[in-house]
Design a protein. Structure first.
Length: 197
């Protein structure tokens, strides 16, 4: 039986006109291995992003949710191991909301480990000769917010949740800043999804 995976990418933020996460997600095939994909672009807004993902996940009955975001400055593709219960960023979100030293979910646990097979995802991306490593911090901005909120919501259920940060595209990166081609990001995400059981 075909399993379902919801794959999300973010809209641009921080003055950028593109976000490599959505550029890559929208180019993924509709089926990878035993998974049928649903793709969704989400806003860089604390109060909207995770709810939109959860709404679509229940509509398409997703077995796995994989969110993808831009991590400008990173040189490789980095599946995230942990979501933390903290909003703390110097920049406001795309709705103008600035959050500093505020919990994602008041009273929630400090952190959750991702439930997607992050180590297998790293190995599968590396097997494509693309630089990848396990990240122990998704930051404390909207990406972490989405990861933590979804891990909280699906804790103890069969729905697996994962997050992958990807580098800038070459056209976004200033001199000396690492980047990765769109083609390679698409290959990396495809490999990561192939690693889902
Ligand atoms: N990256 C940001 C939010 C949206 C995105 O693509 C982050 O790392 O939090």
């Amino acid at each position: 039986m075909c399993k379902k995976i919801l794959v999300t990418g973010f809209e641009p933020f921080g003055g950028e006109t593109i976000n490599p996460s959505w550029e890559a997600v929208q180019r993924l095939p509709d089926e990878i291995g035993s998974y049928r994909l649903t793709k969704l672009q989400i806003p860089v807004e604390y109060e909207k992003a995770a709810d939109l993902v959860a709404e679509r996940a229940s509509f398409c009955k997703a077995d796995v949710i994989l969110c993808v975001g831009q991590a400008g400055g990173r040189s490789g593709v980095t599946p995230e191991a942990i979501g933390i219960n903290l909003r703390d960023a110097t920049a406001p979100d795309n709705a103008g909301l600035l959050q500093q030293n505020i919990p994602v979910i008041p009273g929630g646990p400090a952190a959750y480990f991702a439930t997607a097979p992050v180590r297998d995802m790293v190995k599968a991306i590396q097997a494509e000769n693309i630089s990848a490593s396990l990240s122990l911090s998704a930051g404390a901005y909207v990406c972490n917010d989405v990861l933590y909120t979804l891990l909280h919501r699906y804790h103890g259920t069969n729905t697996k949740v994962g997050f992958i940060h990807v580098p800038y595209l070459p056209k976004q990166a200033k001199e000396g800043v690492p980047s990765l081609s769109l083609e390679k990001i698409v290959i990396a995400l495809t490999a990561a999804i192939s690693a889902m059981k």
